[in-house]
Design a protein around this ligand. Structure first.
Ligand SMILES: *Cc1c(COP(=O)(O)O)cnc(C)c1O
Length: 367
């Protein structure tokens, strides 16, 4: 590429998602996908799709989607903004709501897409450090700012804030938008959706990728006051006027109707998670209290990167970031019971873990 050409092109460092290895037999626990299939109603909705659903443009208002979401959340239809995955909704939120020129606040350890959007859209930002236990300190969000973005439960820690802490942050920020990314809320957190009745500065994003097992469909929604949702719609229609696909609208409506199925899957995942945390503790791993479908864990002696590379060699993919503060942690998605047992037995066979483990047990017997 010649220099003139290069000068005309925007160079950016994008967000990098977890690897997507595509070989049979791989245990893929690196992007927090749900190990269980979508609900029976979703499969039926998928089978009911006709060629017309592909030939024709979708309903620009996403009426069926909005109606189903409004009913599910107890909101009005104009309080729902359908999106192509929550990354789509969150990007639009950065673009639409953070225009004061003041820095937007989010934690130093959080979804690594937030700083990427900030830079991409020219939104100044400041990060507030999580405390030593990787918890968000609500009072960090009471200083002057241009908006607040929080993942609740936080990623990649899995640690959740309670409703009182959320309320505190909303009360301290009446003049700016507080965006809550509740991607994992249904695995053990308490949603702030009921607070929408009281707070007009609150916007909440829910994805269908985790709890509803639909990562491949790219579906999500933003929820807020009718006024905020109209602003998002205006921004969206300024660059891409069609919403989610016809197939997506049909499938999303079916997913809302099948919540009992998804609740059962989430309960099973929570049980698997607690068993896994216990098994890992016996191997010397300390895991943060997780309200999500993943855990954030560190071994007392072994380097996370070495365990990460060892697991990868054994075709088990988890997530590791070579970054300050979190470089010695692994983020492991909670899959099926079988998958998690495989992680545990594989780590047990890791010579280094074994060595440390025996040494520790040996030390105890001499006490
Ligand atoms: C997975 C994830 C998303 C992205 O979800 P999509 O709807 O698949 O785009 C957003 N925020 C957090 C915190 C996530 O972990």
């Amino acid at each position: 590429m010649n220099e003139d050409l290069r000068k005309n092109i925007r160079q950016i460092a994008p967000y990098t998602a977890g690897e997507r290895p595509d070989r049979p037999g791989i245990v893929k626990l690196n992007t927090n996908e749900n190990p269980y299939p979508p609900s029976p109603g979703v499969i039926e909705a998928f089978r009911s799709l006709a060629p017309e659903d592909f030939r024709l443009y979708p309903d620009a208002e996403s009426t069926d989607f909005r109606r189903a979401a409004a009913k599910f959340y107890g909101l009005a239809e104009n309080q729902v903004f359908p999106a192509n995955g929550s990354d789509d909704a969150l990007a639009l939120i950065f673009l639409t709501f953070f225009n004061s020129g003041k820095p937007v606040l989010f934690p130093d350890v959080t979804y690594s897409f937030y700083p990427v959007w900030s830079r991409f859209f020219g939104v100044p930002f400041e990060t507030a450090p999580l405390d030593a236990d990787f918890r968000i300190n609500p009072s960090d969000y009471s200083r002057e700012n241009g908006g607040v973005v929080l993942a609740n439960p936080n990623a990649p820690t899995g640690v959740a804030l309670g409703p009182d802490e959320i309320r505190y942050i909303l009360d301290k920020n009446p003049g700016v938008i507080v965006a809550l990314d509740e991607a994992y809320i249904d695995f053990g957190g308490i949603s702030a959706v009921p607070l929408l009745r009281e707070y007009d500065n609150l916007i909440i994003v829910h994805t269908f990728s985790k709890y509803r097992s639909l990562a491949g469909m790219r579906l999500a929604c933003a929820l807020g006051s009718a006024e905020l949702i109209a602003c998002l719609g205006a921004a969206k229609n300024s660059y891409n006027s069609y919403p989610i696909s016809r197939a997506g609208q049909c499938i999303a409506a079916a997913a809302f109707a099948d919540d009992a199925y998804y609740r059962a899957c989430a309960a099973r995942i929570a049980l698997t998670r607690e068993k896994f945390v216990g098994d890992m503790a016996k191997l010397g791993f300390r895991t943060l209290p997780s309200a999500a479908n993943f855990v954030f864990t560190a071994h007392e002696k072994m380097k996370a990167k070495e365990i990460f590379l060892y697991l990868k060699e054994k075709d088990i993919y988890v997530r590791h970031w070579d970054l300050p503060r979190i470089g010695n942690h692994l983020r492991i998605t909670v899959g099926t019971e079988e998958q998690m047992e495989k992680v545990v037995t594989t780590i047990k066979e890791f010579p280094e873990v074994n060595k440390n483990h025996h040494r520790k047990i040996g030390a105890k017997t001499h006490e």
